[in-house]
Write a protein that binds this ligand. Structure first.
Ligand code: SF4
Ligand code: SF4
Ligand code: FES
Length: 737
């Protein structure tokens, strides 16, 4: 346990771990010391002086090295001649801090007066207006008048593009350096820097392409003024017009917690997402999200969203009623059928589909198909249900095999990098090409493309011996199903034989392609039956346009968009997107989390579970579910691993540190409080009982027929194509090794 230090702040006794900064110690007892350059997720720099306070320490007798005491036996406290920055000063035993003296008040006024001398009067048109720390702190601590001549106010360029996703308003910048430090300390994309000293000092980007980073949107959140804005949101709405709904990202296995900001649009008469923001979950994404999660949301209001069921008549798709569409679907599904299920639908949808497929004897497969070859292994030897990325550090080994963490799970990249760079975990990387993770690796292994399983089978894994914890992150790039399974089993065996399986911060972490790959696998598992190459009726539920599918006489496509695949279907069933309904996803580390309805339904589109239930009723399955919560209760009863989960449990929230709510003066930024639930992990099999090693069969590697494009964050797809701001970033070509 960390050594504790006692101090007094404004007369309140405080006990905090050694090394805590005064600003954080004050925060822990509800005392807000105003800050600008300090940010609890970044290293302190002491640049702005906004946090000046009066700090005293016990007087020490130089002869005896003992604390000098007054006649009442109390320590004599010696205050410094000047104020001290609370953001750079660690606490010490017996310290006395005064944050509310006349001297402190005057210092705060002075700092704000200086900052405002160079700051434009943009509040009425500034994107940050209404959620701006500079506004908030000026109201709380600023002078009521300025002694500076208004005509001498400093002006600088506005609307300066830092790349195509972020704009800089130079005269709004208060030179706190948070953006520069985020890019170098957290993202390790040091593409921003200060340029020119003096009053004209400005932020510049020097990468080519400019502001080259997957994480740049986070700088607009933590910028304490409206100097940095996103191309996606700038001038689109004022913060107080926005409705906020807790949600989840659907794009990778991390399961980042989001807040969807929506507004009613007079132009269209409907609600739409104006921006996507992070929602604090220190166990998942802290306060960060990647730019894909932030900007890809435009598919929710794409012009080709499906509003009504469509039926093919005379070679053309025409609108029809739900009654007719459901009757036709049910009639066709009475014939030999196959159902393919995408891994972006909710657990509740997948559960009903599995029950239905079993009931009618239909073939059932998950898409993409590859993860279904190893998801049972990843789950069996997965990280512990109480695993905490923050606890990984010195003494721990992180092994990344055949995965590109930044491309496939960007926020896990941030978290694992911190474990290595900031806290001393040892990183070993094995891949056939270079990835960003290679920068921090203590050891690098290389093999031929497609040969990850063979490489793993040839290793003795001695380098895991003596480790406190072993976390193994793995991907399936350029592997077929047998090789991917052999790789997962070999890695699992290292953990089982090394005694790491079932330990909280050890285990496998799979780089699945989407948000609910694990959940769909969990729901489908006992109902899966391979489809024949041809079938009479094929029902595709949320399946990517490029996924292979059997030939069929009649194709039903259930989707949110009129995709290329939907255009060729015989019957199209319109589904609601994640933003228009509620449900749960299970992340790659088995955390089950809720998302909520942020937008009203679109046309007559329905949630996937409703469509499945309506078809099932025509087969006389007695379902009468009215909401996903009821279906989840059935999941908890029938899927043993989910038995301890409930909507109530996964909706629970608790105070998080550092506190960053929107009402918080301390941070005052724009990350959202978590009101939607922190989620909960179900236990890995290894936590319940000891596992025997897998009997691994490593096949000869084959690349024939395999997808050769690495799983890049901005790879082409139906959803990213509908985001105008990201379109220029789409990568369609394979990377060279
Ligand atoms: S742009 Fe914003 S975050 Fe960056 S230095 Fe200026 S005020 Fe700080
Ligand atoms: S890291 Fe993954 S889950 Fe998080 S915002 Fe990015 S794509 Fe979404
Ligand atoms: S110097 Fe402490 S917040 Fe800037």
């Amino acid at each position: 346990m960390a050594e504790l230090v006692n101090l007094t702040i404004d007369g309140i006794s405080v006990r905090v771990p050694k090394g805590t900064l005064v600003v954080d110690a004050a925060k822990s007892v509800g005392i807000d010391i105003p800050v600008f350059c300090y940010h609890p997720k970044l290293k302190p720099v002491g640049m702005c002086r906004m946090c000046l306070v009066d700090i005293g320490t016990p007087k020490i007798d130089p002869a005896t090295r003992q604390v000098v005491r007054d006649e009442k036996g109390q320590p004599v406290i010696v205050f410094g001649p000047k104020l001290t920055t609370a953001c750079t000063t660690p606490v010490s035993e017996g310290m006395v801090v005064r944050t509310a003296t006349e001297q402190v008040r005057a210092a705060r006024e002075d700092v704000l007066e200086f900052l405002l001398a160079s700051h434009p009067l943009d509040c009425p048109i500034c994107d940050k207006g209404g959620e701006c720390p500079l506004q908030n702190l000026t109201m709380a601590h600023g002078p009521t008048v300025s002694r500076f001549d208004y005509d001498l106010k400093f002006h600088n360029d506005k609307h300066v593009p830092l790349g195509d996703l972020i704009f800089l308003d130079r005269e709004r910048c208060i030179q706190c350096g948070r953006c520069v430090r985020f890019q170098s300390e957290i993202a390790d994309d040091p593409v921003l820097q200060f340029h020119d000293r003096g009053r004209g000092m400005e932020i510049v980007t020097f990468s080519d392409p400019p502001f080259d980073s997957y994480f740049g949107g986070n700088t607009t959140d933590i910028c304490p003024v409206g100097a940095l804005t996103t191309a996606d949101f700038r001038f689109k709405a004022r913060p107080w017009e926005l409705k906020t709904t807790p949600s989840l990202c659907t794009h990778c296995a991390v399961g980042c917690n989001l807040a969807l900001n929506t507004r009613l649009e007079t132009k269209t008469g409907g609600y739409e997402i104006k921006r996507v923001m992070p929602r604090q979950n220190e166990q998942v994404n802290e306060i960060w999200i990647c730019d894909k999660g932030r900007y890809v949301h435009h598919f929710t209001r794409a012009e080709d969203r499906l509003h009504y069921p469509l039926i093919r008549q005379d070679g053309k798709l025409v609108e029809t009623t739900w009654e007719q569409a459901l009757r036709i679907a049910a009639d066709r599904l009475e014939r030999p059928s196959a159902i393919l299920v995408g891994d972006r639908i909710a657990n509740e949808d997948a559960f009903l589909i599995a029950q239905f497929a079993k009931a009618i004897g239909a073939a059932l497969e998950q898409r993409p198909a590859l993860p279904a070859h190893y998801a049972d292994v990843a789950r069996a030897v997965g990280i512990g249900s109480d695993a905490d990325f923050k606890q990984l550090g010195a003494g721990d080994v992180i092994l990344v095999v055949n995965g590109d963490v930044e491309e496939e799970a960007p926020v896990w990249f941030l978290r694992l990098r911190q474990a290595v760079v900031d806290r001393g975990a040892k990183l070993i990387v094995a891949h056939h090409r270079s990835t960003k993770m290679h920068r921090y690796a203590a050891a690098i292994h290389r093999y031929e493309v497609g040969q990850a399983a063979k490489w793993a089978a040839s290793q003795r894994a001695d380098w895991l011996q003596g480790a406190r914890n072993v976390l193994i992150v793995f991907g399936d790039e350029h592997l077929d199903g047998s090789s991917a399974r052999a790789l997962a089993q070999t890695l699992a065996n290292w953990l089982i034989l090394g005694g790491f399986a079932g330990k909280p911060n050890s285990g496998l972490l799979p780089l699945y392609p989407h948000a609910n790959t694990q959940g769909v696998f969990d729901m489908l598992e006992h109902a899966t039956r391979p489809a024949n190459e041809t079938t009479d009726t094929l029902w595709l539920v949320g399946v990517g346009a490029d996924e292979p599918a059997p030939r069929a006489n009649f194709i039903i496509v259930q989707d949110i968009l009129l995709t290329e695949r939907a255009k060729r279907a015989d019957l199209v069933l319109p589904a609601l997107s994640f933003a228009e309904r509620e449900g749960t996803f299970t992340s790659g580390d088995r955390r089950v989390q809720r998302f909520y309805r942020a937008l009203p339904p679109l046309g007559e589109a329905k949630p996937d579970w409703w469509i499945v239930q309506e078809i099932a009723r025509r087969f006389e399955l007695p379902w009468r579910y009215e909401a996903p919560a009821q279906i989840f209760a059935a999941i908890a009863q029938q899927v043993p691993r989910y038995a301890e989960l409930s909507y109530e449990r996964i909706s629970r929230v608790e105070p998080q540190w550092p506190p960053m709510g929107r009402e918080d003066l301390y941070y005052g930024g724009t990350v959202y409080d978590n009101t939607g639930g922190l989620g909960a992990r179900y236990a890995a099999d290894a936590e319940r009982s000891a596992l025997s090693p897998y009997d691994v069969h490593v096949p000869e590697p084959t690349l024939a027929g395999l997808e050769r494009t690495p799983r890049l964050l901005y790879r082409d797809g139906e959803l990213i194509r509908r985001s105008a701001v990201l379109r220029a970033h789409i990568v369609a070509e394979p990377l060279t090794a």
